[in-house]
Write a protein that binds this ligand. Structure first.
Ligand code: 0WK
Ligand code: BGC
Length: 873
């Protein structure tokens, strides 16, 4: 550079020092913007936030299965365009774009709303005419590059006009319904507006179609703005914590709350005062092409007035607002012809510049556009840092989709921006991709994804809606269960009853006088346990327990009765040895979680289920609580027992007192009375079970089967192409691979989607974000139905108890045990809510049984011994 040039740029630098931002200042801007983003994302802070962080309801990037013809209109940039986009699901992410540009005269950009939307509809009609599309019903994506508050994809309430737009009667209205109304006036076109997107979002989608890493969209044109994919759990304005959603930052308004006042110069303030929206879009006014030319003019005007340029001679054109445009600035900064361009432009402005003047003016342009690129870089660096932190990465590779006249046409802008970004965020490998064909393609892709997701939702709903049981249906289930309970108790119907209502010969519950040492066995749930239970009565009343868990090998589970009992006795022997009480003579209570017909407390006949298969005779058990007269098992199996009045138990002699009835409600529906709510997936599970046609209610409610129901649904959805890209993996074909414990894990609120995907990966299922959202939804409907069905069944038992007592309101405690009830994140709450709805006159306390039924077995044995001793007296 010549000495004169050096001299010129030196004093211009000093004069414009406030516009030169060093990296520390940029890092400070970056930090301020990071704070603004958090403010905008917060439900309480958003209303006062300058940077609005607007949810776009764009959650998914195209997955290559999108296809079809789409329309798009793109309003808000320097050009208003209509597009026809053909998307091909050829796995090559190919799409074809045809466009037409329409003028946006002042009477349109500063007219009234109705005219604006009529104009858009007219242009679209003209475009469809040109492209011979009028005979087609086509979905449309609307790129509307202004801040809009959205509650769904196909709606957007305009918050404020920006740039060169100031149309009356549109602010605070839904621009999608305005467009729909205008389109309806055109009887010869049938267009369905499916999506409203900001141009940044359209740009991100356009670039994301070719580069799946693209998760940021950036516009540096007439206006400026950026969007990026934010974690749903950080977007408190939108329900749900799963997956990500694209946030339109509307960073143009950064500083509207004064956050940048220390950086804004007198020129910025003067420019703002002369703009269409003073006090608004202050960051944009320091960056975008609509304003940079004007900024340069204001600086040159002041320098000239101070005699620093053009010998202090101010021309009319220099006094005229908007006389210097972005194209002039870009031209003046060109390397080679920059100086000659400058001379020509300044001459056109009647300024007769000297050589020094031209160099100085060129330098002013450089400082102004450099600041623009640096400020953009600082805000973009804030977004990239947030993305990296969201992903908990030390280094991140990502792609930024970019568009806009300033970025595309200014000779040095792109390079300056890239360099500044790389200096500010060295831990991010950023690829900048120029959007091919503008945001129109992106808007069409958003529409295509919306179309695909809508179709997917419809098919998902079709598959899952049979699991959503309305209250009326649950009432029917409750009443059917009630009828079956009565059926099982009556002598003439007991034989045919499916809910067997088995008398247990447990006629009393503990009264606190029980004492002694007892052995207890607990077989039928997840584990087999042998226990020694020491019961103390009186003031020091207590129950001490020592137990040991033993495995039951599958071959024993499915072997002969003899092999099983030899195995159990061996376990007892090992336990007594382990407890150092070999040879002790102790009463024993046996919890045996299978349907048994009893002739007395210690004589039974069984029917096999839950993985076991053989014949046998023992006694049953209960927990130790005075008002507790109902007990509920929701684990591998599902069952309930309760204290029934002897007079109602017709198959047992005697009408005095009560006896505990083991309902064996698992078989409810084996007579087909709930077939109307059984789905094809339930039938699949039943046909694949060890006892087809049996235990139908249990197979819809218990831990042994819920996972299998989910697996059946996932297979069906995958066959429909709704999941796992339609690929059914070997592991998904494996019966029983989807254990119910995975439901509890997947449904836990604490588990972010990534972890859901980790669970699926353990099952050999390679899933996308969307897949894991669907799997979580499937798990939810299956477990909720199970809990509601159990609630309906329990309500029937509770109502029976209430009527037995002939009371208006029943106070009662229900003892509960079982891994599903205890460990599933929502099951117990949904069950209790359902009981409240279906047995409103019963005040139920649900008491978790801490020590399982082993302790109960011992207590019942103690009660039996006490009653026996009383009987002896
Ligand atoms: C091209 C995009 C359009 C966006 C424009 C911004 O297709 O959606 O609004 O870039 O750049 P400008 O035209 O304002 O320079
Ligand atoms: C608007 C944004 C838009 C940007 C780029 C800004 O003035 O508020 O919505 O994305 O210009 O066109």
């Amino acid at each position: 550079t010549e000495p004169s040039e050096k001299m010129a740029s030196f004093w211009v630098d000093r004069y414009l020092y406030p516009l030169r931002l060093c990296d520390d200042a940029l890092r400070d801007v970056m930090a301020r913007f990071q704070a603004e983003m958090v403010k905008g994302l917060g439900r309480d802070t958003n209303p006062t936030a300058a940077v609005k962080m607007l949810p776009s309801f764009v959650r998914s990037l195209p997955d290559g299965s999108e296809k079809g013809d789409f329309l798009a209109v793109d309003l808000g940039g320097s050009q208003f365009r209509a597009h026809q986009v053909k998307v091909f699901a050829d796995g090559k992410q190919s799409s074809q774009l045809e466009s037409k540009v329409y003028p946006t005269p002042k009477e349109v950009t500063e007219g009234n709303g109705a005219e604006l939307f009529d104009y858009i509809a007219d242009c679209l009609s003209d475009f469809m005419e040109t492209k011979n599309l009028k005979h087609k019903k086509l979905p449309l994506g609307f790129t509307f590059s202004f801040p809009c508050k959205q509650t769904k994809l196909e709606e957007g309430v305009l918050l404020a006009w920006t740039k060169h737009f100031k149309v009356r009667g549109v602010q605070d209205t839904d621009v999608v319904s305005s467009l729909r109304r205008a389109l309806q006036k055109h009887k010869d076109i049938d267009v369905d507006v499916l999506a409203l997107v900001n141009d940044t979002v359209g740009t991100m989608m356009t670039c994301g179609y070719d580069d799946q890493r693209c998760e940021v969209g950036l516009i540096i044109g007439t206006g400026t703005n950026a969007c990026y994919m934010e974690e749903m759990r950080h977007i408190s304005l939108v329900e749900g914590d799963e997956g990500r959603m694209c946030i339109n930052t509307e960073w143009g308004a950064f500083g509207d709350d004064g956050a940048l006042d220390d950086l804004r110069t007198e020129f910025d303030r003067e420019l703002d005062l002369g703009s269409l929206n003073p006090g608004k879009q202050l960051f944009e006014k320091m960056i975008s092409s609509l304003y940079l030319g004007e900024l340069v003019r204001l600086i040159l005007l002041k320098m000239t007035k101070e005699g620093l340029l053009f010998n202090g001679k101010v021309s009319t054109s220099l006094l005229t607002k908007g006389k210097i445009e972005m194209k002039h600035v870009s031209a003046m900064e060109k390397d080679k012809e920059g100086l000659s361009n400058t001379k020509e432009i300044l001459t056109d402005l009647n300024l007769f510049p000297s050589e020094e003047d031209c160099v100085a003016v060129q330098h002013v342009c450089t400082i102004v556009s450099f600041r623009s690129a640096n400020l953009c870089a600082a805000a973009l660096a804030a977004i990239l840092t947030r993305l990296r932190e969201n992903k908990k990465l030390l280094r991140m590779r990502t792609t930024v989709g970019i568009d806009g006249g300033l970025y595309k046409t200014h000779p040095k802008y792109a390079g300056r921006l890239h360099k500044a970004v790389r200096r500010l965020v060295p831990t991010c490998d950023v690829r900048f991709v120029l959007s091919a064909g503008g945001s129109g393609r992106g808007a069409a892709l958003v529409t295509a994804v919306a179309h695909r997701l809508a179709a997917q939702r419809r098919r998902l709903h079709a598959a899952l809606s049979p699991f959503l049981l309305p209250l009326a249906v649950l009432r029917d289930v409750r009443d059917s269960m009630r009828a079956e309970l009565e059926y099982g108790l009556k002598r003439e119907t007991q034989g045919k009853a499916t809910v067997k209502m088995l008398p247990t010969y447990v006629c009393g519950t503990p009264d606190g006088t029980e004492k002694g040492k007892f052995l207890a066995l607990d077989l039928g749930g997840t584990n087999f346990r042998v226990l020694l239970v020491k019961i103390k009565s009186g003031r020091r009343r207590s129950v001490q327990m020592y137990n040991k868990i033993f495995a039951i090998p599958l071959e024993i589970m499915q072997g002969t009765g003899e092999e099983l009992f030899d195995h159990i006795v061996q376990c007892i022997a090992d336990f007594l040895e382990y407890m150092g009480i070999k040879g002790a003579r102790l009463p024993l209570g046996f919890t045996f979680s299978f349907p048994c017909r009893q002739a007395s407390i210690d004589k039974v006949r069984t029917a096999a289920q839950n993985g076991f298969r053989w014949q046998l005779c023992v006694c049953l058990v209960k927990s130790y609580h005075p008002v507790l007269v109902i007990s509920f098992l929701l684990g591998t199996g599902s069952n309930v027992c309760y204290m029934e009045d002897m007079k109602n138990i017709e198959i047992v002699e005697g009408n005095e007192g009560k006896m505990c009835i083991n309902t064996e409600w698992g078989a409810f529906g084996d007579n087909g009375c709930i077939d109307h709510i059984r789905t094809k997936y339930d039938r699949e599970v039943d046909e694949g079970s060890l006892n087809p046609g049996k235990q139908r209610y249990e197979k819809m409610t218990s831990g042994m089967y819920l996972g299998e129901i989910v697996r059946q649904i996932l297979i069906d959805l995958t066959k429909q192409g709704l999941l796992f890209r339609g690929q059914i993996s070997e592991s998904l074909r494996k019966r029983g691979i989807f254990e119910t414990k995975f439901l509890s894990q997947i449904e836990s609120d604490r588990l972010a989607l990534l972890q859901v995907r980790r669970v699926l990966r353990q099952l050999g299922l390679d899933s996308t974000c969307d897949d894991s959202i669907i799997v979580k939804e499937v798990c939810g409907v299956v477990s909720t139905r199970a809990a509601r069905l159990c609630g309906a069944g329990l309500a029937a038992v509770l109502e029976k108890k209430r009527e037995n007592r002939g009371v208006e309101r029943l106070q009662i405690t229900v003892g509960v045990d079982g891994t599903l009830y205890k460990l599933h994140p929502h099951f117990s709450r949904v069950l209790q809510e359902t009981v409240k709805e279906l047995a409103p006159q019963c005040d139920v306390t649900f008491m978790l049984s801490e020590d399982g039924s082993g302790k109960g077995a011992a207590l019942i044995t103690a009660v039996a011994k006490r009653l026996h001793n009383v009987g002896q007296k």
